[in-house]
Design a protein around this ligand. Sequence first.
Ligand code: GDP
Length: 198
Amino acid sequence: MSLNFNKVAFVRSASDRSHFLRDGLPQFAFAGRSNVGKSSVINRLVNRKNLAYVGASPGKTTQINYFLVDSRAYLVDLPGYGYAKVSQAEKERWGRLMESYFQEETGRITAGVLIVDIRHKPTADDVTMHDWFRQSGCPEIIVANKLDKLKKSQVEPALALIRETLELTEDDALVPFSAEKGEGKDTLIRLLVEKCGG
Ligand code: GDP
């Protein structure tokens, strides 16, 4: 199977389970803490500058955005986490939304894409999100973004720290990525297509 990531359209935002899409198409769920570059990674994948911001409006950070790729799979942009200025009420809304997404969609998530910052040890929130993907049983791809910010000699130790913190095995995919420069894009697309049964 091939998927043309250049053919992409925003479908809808969901702020509760009544808006989830359940038409059986594969779902690639993207998660990451705020500012890690999740929108930039998505925009890079689909060769658009602003796609991943389409559904986002100020003060409405707790929503899931669905994009349809090539009429055949959904790219699901889960709301970012770990932003310090978010109120307690908003955090709770985030928790409820994620809980219902994982409850409903377990078994339906084709692949989880967890985006972390290659420069830093994954945070406690990253570990929690990683556990949610694991518990859902879906294959997971870890994207280590902002590769361009490291010197070559720093890359391997940084990847080792991510592997160790998330307790990844040899089978878990860890993709060094730069949303800024485009490195890792082809690998990520190949892995996603593979998880789709291609
Ligand atoms: P989000 O909150 O996770 O959606 O993050 P954004 O996509 O808005 O990116 C947050 C900031 O990081 C922006 O200033 C981006 O330009 C920057 N950024 C994202 N990815 C990269 C990358 O691969 N390299 C560099 N140098 N900056 C990046």
